[in-house]
Unconditional design. Structure first.
Length: 378
């Protein structure tokens, strides 16, 4: 199997699996218990929290574990909005992940005003429009740091400057950014940041939320765990896995950025040169080093995915969370692509275990599949 869908999910790193395994077998204590097993679990949980904090340049006390990024995002929204009940306005963008979009739609039914900022053909925000959209009634600005479909990276430092001037609460969906670009929250004054374990070689079902130590916080699930910030017994083994994954990502970050960029560029450049009627969706620069979203004019992406899968190659036509939806990619549509262009686009994303040999095989398979589909097209 040639796996080029790392933005959808990642395999568990062997080092991560080895770190979590003892807590699935012998070290099964409840971290809230006072017995030896409980204290061992609590200590390991503390270390995992420190590892996650180190990856993003935060303090351990600013990290709380969740079941994943969707819960983290929901918690950030709940905390920000319930902390400012008189403010009923949320600002976001048209290219957010469905976890944020669906949440905004839900709050809209509760009477909140939602402003979705549009993007240009490259997937970039208008910073002037962003500043203009924020008003005294704005309770929250929530933006994706790096887009999951195109890899486009928003200018976060400039966005933070705007939020500081406007004195508005800021939440960042950093699910795709974590482990792929350097992040140091000690130098970036934001309120909330969401991340997910299964994007950085940890298991599914574990995530974390960064909450700035001076940000007023209201839990989504009241309880005594996570220092009173999230009720429910911690998923210790998965928390340990996320901590180890964060440690490895921190160690490998710069090396992997360079290596993955070389693989991505080789794949992308060759496909653009080798196949007629192919165009890049997004920008060449200011995007994740592992992500390439290409439009293969004259084919249907759904059909291409089936044939590529038969050839042993995995990629996607957009967000994995929306794969079963019959609506076209809202991200590409927001960038101004036509329905046919959106329906002809594929996302390739490389990762830690991608090899040059896999890219060689992919460069043999993809042109052949595209040619076959074009020949069969009416």
């Amino acid at each position: 199997m040639i796996y080029l869908d790392y933005n959808a999910t990642t395999p568990i790193d062997p080092g991560v699996y080895a770190a979590m395994l003892p807590f699935m077998e012998k070290e099964y204590g409840n971290p809230s218990s006072m017995c030896t097993l409980g204290r061992t679990a609590a200590h390991a949980l503390m270390e995992a929290r420190s590892q996650v904090a180190a990856l993003i340049g935060a303090r351990s006390c600013e990290v709380l574990f969740t079941s994943g990024a969707t819960e983290s995002i929901a918690t950030a929204f709940h905390s920000a909005l319930s902390s400012n009940p008189s403010k009923r306005h949320i600002v976001t963008s048209t290219t957010e992940h469905s976890a944020t979009r669906n949440l905004c739609h839900e709050y809209e039914t509760l009477g909140y005003e939602i402003t979705e900022l549009s993007v240009d053909s490259s997937g970039m925000l208008s910073l002037d429009a962003l500043e203009e959209a924020i008003s005294p009634s704005t309770a929250l600005l929530s933006l994706i740091w790096a887009n999951n479909e195109t890899g486009v990276i928003f200018p976060i430092e400039t966005i933070i400057e705007i939020t500081q001037r406007k004195k508005v609460t800021l939440h960042l969906d950093a699910v795709q950014a974590i482990g792929k670009i350097p992040i140091d929250l000690s130098k970036l004054p934001i309120d909330y940041l969401s991340l997910s374990g299964h994007k950085i070689y940890a298991p599914k079902g574990i995530g974390a939320l960064y909450v700035h130590r001076h940000t007023l916080f209201r839990p989504l699930f009241p309880g005594s765990q996570e220092n009173g910030r999230r009720g429910g017994t911690e998923n210790v083994a998965s928390c340990i896995a996320l901590g180890k994954a964060a440690e490895l990502a921190h160690q490998m970050l710069l090396h992997e950025m360079k290596r993955e960029c070389a693989l991505r560029d080789r794949l992308e450049k060759t496909l653009l040169e080798k196949i007629e009627g192919v165009s890049l969706n997004g920008v060449k620069k200011n995007r994740l080093s592992n992500t390439s979203n290409l439009c293969f004019h004259g084919i249907q992406a759904v059909e291409a995915l089936l044939l590529l899968d038969l050839e042993g190659l995995c990629c996607s036509a957009g967000s994995a969370c929306n794969t079963k939806s019959k609506t076209p990619s809202h991200v590409l549509s927001a960038m101004g692509l036509t329905h046919d262009e959106v329906s002809s686009s594929l996302r390739f994303s490389v990762g830690r275990f991608s090899t040059e040999e896999e890219i060689d095989h992919a460069l043999n398979i993809i042109p052949r599949v595209v040619q076959k589909l074009r020949e069969l097209a009416p």
